[in-house]
Write a protein that binds this ligand. Structure first.
Ligand code: SAM
Length: 205
């Protein structure tokens, strides 16, 4: 999608070679393979040159290594005035239901409030530009519903295999958890600029 909106060269990084191969295949099919390439790598050890990137775009991944660790490691790879756009699951209110907190802790993610993450972003040396929560459709229409459909196809394909059925149950629990507590947590986009002028401030949508 980024390659369709932007004219520059894009490298997509993931630790799993199968995912990277899939990206390369899609790029080829859409005629984008000249300027969109996949690379297998770890986001905590980026295989890029320092000060070489105009933009780092990362959705739903930084919490695997921690918001602060990711932001501070990645900044060195951005050019001056380079931008970062990153989503991270965050608390939207000061109420943190135990069941939701346990789900995220078990998934290896620690959630913080939006204002705390903005402060982390600024402390890491970025000019904060904007933060906004993803809408409900991003979770339901664009994620839980297609995933449920894909899982149902797998259940049929693998003849009611128990592993797939357990995965289907996990998907349903995650969707139910979201339905119950969606006012308290969500994915939030944080956008910032790599600048020395950390006095500049952005806005909160
Ligand atoms: C929830 S998915 C999000 C994928 C994609 N950004 C999206 O929005 O659909 C998180 C991705 O991070 C990758 N990942 C997790 N830890 C990683 C690490 N340490 N280095 C590189 N990739 C990692 C996983 O393989 C997975 O593809």
């Amino acid at each position: 999608m980024l390659a369709e909106y932007l004219s520059g060269n894009i490298v997509g990084l993931d630790m799993f070679p199968e995912f990277v191969r899939e990206l390369d295949k899609k790029a080829l099919r859409r005629g984008l393979s000249e300027r969109l390439k996949g690379v297998v790598g770890k986001m905590e050890e980026l295989p890029f040159e320092k000060n070489s990137l105009d933009l780092i775009w990362s959705e739903g991944a930084i919490d695997n290594i921690g918001f602060e660790k990711g932001l501070s490691h990645w900044r060195a790879f951005l050019k001056e005035d380079g931008m970062i756009a990153v989503t991270c699951p965050s608390w939207l209110t000061s109420v943190h239901p135990e069941e939701a907190e346990k789900f995220w802790t078990d998934a290896g993610s620690k959630l913080d409030l939006i204002e705390d993450n903005i402060k982390i972003m600024q402390d890491c040396g970025y000019q904060f530009v904007v933060a906004f929560a993803l809408t409900e459709d991003c979770w339901t229409k664009n994620y839980f519903e297609p995933r449920e459909q894909a899982i149902n196809e797998l259940i049929e394909k693998y003849n009611n295999c128990n592993t797939v059925k357990e995965y289907a149950e996990l998907n349903r629990c995650e969707a139910e958890l979201y339905r119950k507590y969606k006012q308290h947590y969500g994915y939030v986009f944080y956008i910032g600029r790599n600048t020395d002028n950390s006095n500049l401030r952005g806005g909160l949508l």
